[in-house]
Design a protein. Structure first.
Length: 132
């Protein structure tokens, strides 16, 4: 699957967002090492702390399906500003895929690509913690 196809899958997921409070719709598409794609969208709640991000929805669906190795994550949004995964999503992704590539698509379709390590250079891990 190429970058554009992965971004298109994220855009499709974005259309299913439940965002009645922020109206900020996010879609994510996660490519596994086996070539499968799992999508997610943000799901808001009136109690904001109970909201879940699109990136974690995609990851949790993949883990539920038995996947544990991931190559690339595409993220799209309805916003016009710069999109970035939140710290919680980056940390959860680091648990499974420290070498993950992340493609961010702006509302106008411009693509930016980063490594997870670039976005979260000091991720917490039990390996790192046990060496302290």
């Amino acid at each position: 699957m190429n970058r554009e196809e992965l971004v298109a899958a994220a855009r499709t997921a974005q259309e299913r967002a439940y965002a009645p409070y922020s109206h900020y719709r996010v879609g994510a598409a996660l490519l596994t090492a086996t070539g499968k794609v799992f999508t997610g969208t943000n799901i808001e709640n009136a109690s904001y702390s109970l909201t879940i991000c699109a990136e974690r929805v995609a990851l949790f669906c993949a883990v539920l399906a038995g996947e544990r190795h991931f190559e690339c994550l595409a993220i799209t949004s309805s916003g016009r500003g710069r999109l970035s995964p939140c710290g919680a999503c980056l940390q959860v992704l680091a648990e499974f895929a420290p070498s993950l590539q992340i493609i961010i698509s702006t509302a106008t379709g411009e693509l930016e690509q980063y490594s997870l390590r670039e976005m979260l250079p000091y991720a917490f891990s039990l390996e790192t913690e046990s060496k302290s």
